[in-house]
Each structure stands twice: as C-alpha cells, then as structure tokens.
Design a protein around this ligand. Structure first.
Ligand code: WQD
Length: 332
C-alpha cells in the first residue's frame, strides 16, 4: 500500500515514515523543508535500508501536489505538514491560516479528485482549550487558544463536513499531547530549524551548555510542585499510534477523533530531574512568570485509543529523556 506522508521529514513525520517502511508500506514524502532537513532522508535509509520517494513541494503549490497523485497511486495520506509554533501564530496569524488551512484544503481537494479517501490527520490537544479539566476526553467541547490551535480546530471541523458529504471517507483525527524522545538509533529526533518552541529542546540546550539556564514559566500553579503538568509521550509510541490508526482507517469508513497520550501528567521540574538523570548533566533553571496561554495541567484520557486501535503508550519519562539525550548529544 502506497502512503503519502506530508511533513514526512519532520520530527513526528520521520519517525512515522520509519515505522511505515518497517511495516511494509511504500512511502512517498511531501515536505517543503521549512522546519526539517533533507539529510533526514539518509537517516531514514540507514535505519530502514529504504530511501523513501521524496518531493520538495509546498501544499500551497496545488499543481505540484497534484503531480504526485498523477504519478503515484496514493492509497492513503498521513498529514503532518503545517506550521505549529503557538507563540509565532499569534504574531503572524494570516501566515498560519493560509499555510495550514489552504494547504490542507488543497490536499483534500486533490485527494478527492484522485479518489483517495483515507486520511490520518495530525491534530493536537491544544483544541481542548483552557476550560476543559484533565483527563481530557475526545467528546469534550473544543476551544481555540491561539491561531495555531484554531487551524487545528477548523481542520477537524472541515474533515467532519467532508465525511458528512461523502461517507466513503475513512478519517482518523489524532490529538497529540506532548511528543518528546527520539529513535533508539539516535539518527532521528527533534531537531527544529531556528529557535525552539517546546520544553525539551531548551532543556537539551542547557544540558549541552549552549544555554546558561532554563526559564521555567510559573511555579505557582495548582500542581504537585507548582510547575506546569503535561502528558509527555515518546515519539516512537506516537508514531506507532499512526500505524494503528491507518490500519483501522483502511478497514473502517467513518471519522474518529482519538487522543494519543499516556494518560499520565509530569511536571516541568520532574522533566528536569529525569533529564539530569539521563544526561548526567546539571540543568540550571530560573523561575519566571507564567507564560500567556498556558494551562496548569493537561493530560489525556487515553482509553479510546486502546479500545479502538488496540494502541497504548509503552515508554516512560526515563525512556523519553534517555532517547532524547542520546540523539541530542550527537548533533551540533
Ligand atoms: C510544556 C511545559 C511550559 C518551555 C505545545 C503546543 C501543543 C503541542 C505541544 C503542537 C509548559 C513549560 C516550556 C520553556 C517552560 N504542539 N516550559 N520553559 O505548551 O504544553 O504544548 O507543544 O501540537 O499544541 O501548545 O508545550 O513544550 O511549550 O511546554 O517552563 O522554555 O513546559 O510552561 O508547562 P505545550 P511546551
């Protein structure tokens, strides 16, 4: 079965491509390399002994995307490609709406034109907004706390409407929590271009002495130690969840929304402690005021993925920090 992976040279995309190839799928990657590096293809080849077909194409290039479907019988799509920096999205909302929404609309229209109606969409726990109480359940009301979150929210709604109009579609919306970690080969991991957005890349910069200390945003939340609590999930567990979702979608018409999380919350200070253990390095930090838009606690109610996909996270925080460090310590 030939699968198109948009954003396939990215952090979660590349780990999912590895799993797809190892499960016997044929993979075509579409990526504009905005937040990833072409060298990832060689790393994927080293891990799987297969170099995926790659097109440096932007989803805003309607003709360029169509050509891929013209050339390859694409039987399913896993759609990761999109801008994903929450803070940045507040500064440049039009870029986020154009890139994420128009790009997805182009993809969906071309899929429809070529009769490809199997889609796994990379959504996010951010769609739960600020007012839902963890553990977060798929049926809870959605809310948008940033233009980035609004694009994920809107694309979920667009896909619901696509299914209502044509129930031959097979769609799974996966709501990720906080992906961290790296492949055991240490060849692929989280290696964003430019300034990091998330906690782990900053912790890693401090461990590598490229940053003097970590800013911890808030120590007065109503949590175990006052710092923010999140549901960190190993990127390999997360990518496995995509394979399970694809297996499910191939067998089931319909549209399902599913959390991919561990169901366990971990605080920033607990992450710092685990990373110090994994790296043997001291992580200096400074307590700073809360970051706008942050919730105190966010973690998944993860039973639907187990029931529907027979999937659950298997790796713990120590595995995540060990694998993160083993990847990060080798890169520039
Ligand atoms: C985690 C915790 C921060 C950086 C975001 C998106 C979400 C998803 C995952 C895409 C929080 C604290 C962070 C730092 C800190 N991305 N922190 N110092 O905000 O939970 O989720 O990434 O889908 O949509 O919203 O992740 O890694 O930014 O923060 O103290 O330098 O670490 O306050 O408690 P977040 P994060």
């Amino acid at each position: 079965m030939k699968i198109l992976v948009t954003g396939g040279t990215g952090y979660i995309g590349s780990h999912t491509v590895v799993q797809l190839i190892q499960q016997g799928y044929e993979v075509v990657i579409l990526d504009n390399l905005f937040n990833s590096k072409i060298e990832v293809l060689d790393k994927i080849q080293k891990i799987t002994r297969t170099k995926p077909i790659f097109y440096k194409v932007d989803l805003l290039d309607y003709e360029g995307v169509s050509q891929i479907f013209e050339k390859h019988k694409i039987e399913g799509v896993i759609h990761f490609a999109g801008l994903k920096a929450v803070g940045e999205s507040v500064q440049i909302p039009l870029t986020y709406y154009n890139n994420n929404i128009t790009g997805t609309l182009n993809l969906l229209r071309i899929m429809q034109e070529y009769g490809c109606k199997t889609l796994i969409f990379s959504s996010s726990a951010t769609v739960y907004g600020m007012n839902n109480k963890s553990p977060l359940v798929e049926t809870m009301p959605k809310d948008s706390t940033s233009p980035y979150g609004a694009t994920k929210n809107m694309i979920e709604d667009i896909l619901e409407d696509v299914y209502v109009a044509d129930n031959n579609w097979r769609i799974v919306l996966l709501r990720y929590f906080n992906p961290i970690g790296a492949h055991e080969s240490t060849l692929i991991g989280e290696n964003p271009n430019g300034i990091p957005n998330n906690l782990l890349p900053y912790v890693a910069l401090v461990a590598k002495k490229k940053l003097e200390y970590l800013n911890i945003f808030g120590d007065d939340y109503d949590t175990i130690d006052g710092t923010g609590v999140r549901d960190y999930i190993h990127v390999v567990d997360l990518s496995n969840g995509h394979i399970k979702a694809l297996d499910y979608a191939v067998k089931n018409k319909g549209i399902e929304t599913i959390n991919l999380g561990t169901g366990t919350g971990t605080s920033v200070l607990q992450i710092v402690e685990a990373f110090e253990k994994a790296s043997g390095r001291k992580i200096e930090y400074k307590m700073m005021p809360r970051r706008a838009g942050d919730v105190a606690t966010c973690y998944a109610e993860a039973s639907k993925a187990k029931k529907l996909l027979n999937w659950e996270a298997t790796k713990n925080i120590d595995d995540m920090c060990r694998d993160s460090w083993n990847f990060i310590k080798n890169i520039e």
